[in-house]
Design a protein around this ligand. Structure first.
Ligand SMILES: [Zn+2]
Length: 385
């Protein structure tokens, strides 16, 4: 019997959790990583020649909307897994009233691993293209949300709340404050993380960050709205630096309008790197683009992050942000056998933001093979978009 189910040979392993960025062979057996070494000999059922390619842990996108069939949800396998994203977090598509559909009828159809943050709004994001989901604070139901999170611990990793004019009501500061308070309360009752949307907020960013502790997530961190990470003097706000220092996850949550190139460029120049890069994958309104995670990795590489740091932000740091570092986000033997074989292609590529700014890139990540639980996905699947 062959020693390995799958052997990925000759690639450059980039695995920030192990501080490896060098030529390594990686072997998989029984759905897990079995061995990593400069050269692995021994028979394998399947061998992938990764010469000239990068090998990384399976990518993790901590902000997506994959409640396919509900409102703006996307199909996780077609948009994420096909691009090397083996794990996604659905960030509040479902509230306590709508979680069961995601859990029982959508996720079981996916090969992509899915976790969720439960929206503090009972309906989740079903209605927000018509009216703000927390315009009536009655939708923010603390006990029901906390109970549902507690009853679904394997799936629900945290509570989501959107503090935005479009979520809590145009200019409605009282509602925004109460929604934030209820989100915090539900997260604390269930003993889980809190993820807060911080783009286009009716209340000061500093005030929102006061509610976030180590492990909580601020998403849309490089938005270009009034309450952004840069203060009026163009420098990083002290409250943002303090949040990062105490371990609040600063997440990109790119979408089409929540990541302004000028803000990202300035913040990175000032040394404020994102903890995690994520897509906010959803179906955007006509005329807007939502990039997949691989494209955003290329964009942030062009914005000056190092290759290792870009990979860390979608592997080791993303796994840590969702409390899954012991299983995901690295290719240490014994971990879940998720990996991606990528080419770093040379050329001229342009990445836009919602404000009309562009980033010019000379390198781009391309997916060669996706490996999920120790098995290479069929090529036909990886081609599907
Ligand atoms: Zn979102």
């Amino acid at each position: 019997m062959p020693a390995w189910d799958l052997l990925v040979r000759g690639g450059t392993l980039v695995d920030p959790a192990q501080s490896i960025s060098a030529r390594r062979d990686v072997a998989f057996r029984g759905g897990k990583v079995a061995a990593v070494a400069e050269t692995l000999t021994g028979e394998a059922t399947e061998v992938i020649d990764a010469a000239g390619a990068l090998v990384t842990p399976g990518l993790i996108d901590i902000h997506t909307h994959v409640y396919h069939g509900l409102a703006t949800g996307r199909h996780a396998d077609q948009t994420s897994l096909a691009n090397g994203v083996t794990t996604v977090v659905d960030a509040g598509s479902a509230g306590w009233m709508t979680l069961r559909g995601l859990r029982d009828y959508v996720i079981p159809t996916y090969q992509t691993r899915v976790f969720a943050f439960l929206h503090i709004s009972a309906t989740g994001l079903t209605i927000n293209r018509i009216m703000p989901e927390l315009a009536d604070i009655k939708f923010a139901q603390v006990e029901e949300a906390a109970r549902t999170a507690a009853e679904n611990r394997g799936l629900v990793l945290g509570i989501k709340v959107r503090i935005a004019h479009g979520a809590t009501g145009q200019g409605n500061q009282a509602n925004a404050r109460e929604a934030l308070r209820r989100g915090r309360q539900a997260a604390d009752l269930a003993g889980v993380r809190l993820m807060v949307h911080v783009s286009d907020t009716p209340i000061p960013l500093d005030e929102i960050l006061e509610h976030l502790r180590e492990g909580d997530v601020a998403t849309h961190i490089f938005n270009g709205n009034a309450e952004q990470v840069l203060g009026p003097d163009g420098r990083i706000r002290a409250a943002v630096r303090a949040a990062k220092e105490r371990g609040v996850v600063l997440d990109v949550g790119h979408a089409s309008i929540h990541c302004d190139v000028k803000v990202a460029r300035r913040a990175i120049a000032e040394g404020l790197l994102p903890t995690t890069i994520s897509t906010d994958l959803h179906t955007p309104p006509a005329g807007r683009i939502v990039y997949n995670l691989r494209a955003l990795m290329s964009k942030f590489l062009a914005l000056g992050m190092t290759l290792d740091d870009v990979v860390a932000s979608v592997t080791s740091r993303a796994a840590a942000a969702i409390g899954k570092s012991s299983e995901l986000g690295s290719l240490v033997p014994g971990m879940t056998g998720d990996a991606v074989v990528m080419d770093l292609e040379d050329g001229h590529f342009t990445y836009a933001d919602g404000a009309g700014n562009e980033v010019k890139a000379t390198r781009r990540f391309g997916t060669r093979h996706v490996i999920r639980e120790g098995r290479r996905l069929p090529a036909a699947h990886a081609d599907q978009l």
